[in-house]
Design a protein. Structure first.
Length: 174
């Protein structure tokens, strides 16, 4: 075959076989690949913002894990879970500074209500004080419930966990 005769490729379109010159086929392939790559990399107009309920569900899990870590005297895990709780509250304030229908901004309420009990638990955990852990945890729990009341979520009452929902995690120090 000489260079002047275009090479023909067969393409199936539906139930019909169409003959297309090789260069056209190559151009179509490049265009399709480019278009797929561009559409995958495109950012949505609005970045993902986790819902307040999603974030508070994670806080509930961390609260529970903090309890079981403290009960097992696994102070490293307890410190980690308390740090995660603090980070979770930072995210709540960042993503939901004033939730829909709230009469008070979380940017003021969360630090006012949560900082002191978390700082106290920091001290208790650092001292590995199992005697006062329960009281510190209860103060944190009371602060959670007071915050729920202040934001019209008083129907959502948190308590000490009675059963470990995280059966795939070892809470005793290794």
């Amino acid at each position: 075959m000489d260079r002047t005769t275009p090479r023909i490729e067969c393409v199936v379109v539906g139930y019909i076989v169409v003959q297309v010159p090789q260069r056209t086929m190559m151009a179509i392939s490049v265009l399709l690949i480019w278009s797929a790559a561009v559409s995958c990399c495109r950012q949505s107009a609005e970045p993902y913002k986790p819902g307040l309920g999603e974030m508070m569900t994670l806080q509930q899990m961390r609260h529970s894990k903090l309890w079981f870590a403290g009960q097992a005297r696994n102070w490293d895990l307890a410190a980690y879970e308390l740090k995660e709780l603090r980070e979770g509250f930072d995210d709540v304030v960042k993503f939901h500074p004033t939730p829909k229908g709230a009469s008070v901004a979380l940017t003021r309420l969360v630090p006012k209500m949560m900082d002191a009990p978390m700082e106290e638990l920091d001290r208790i955990i650092a001292a590995k004080d199992s005697t006062h852990f329960m009281d510190g945890f209860d103060e944190l729990t009371n602060a959670c419930n007071a915050c729920h009341e202040a934001t019209d979520f008083g129907f959502n009452v948190v308590q000490r966990p009675s059963q470990n929902p995280n059966t795939n995690q070892v809470f005793e120090a290794q």
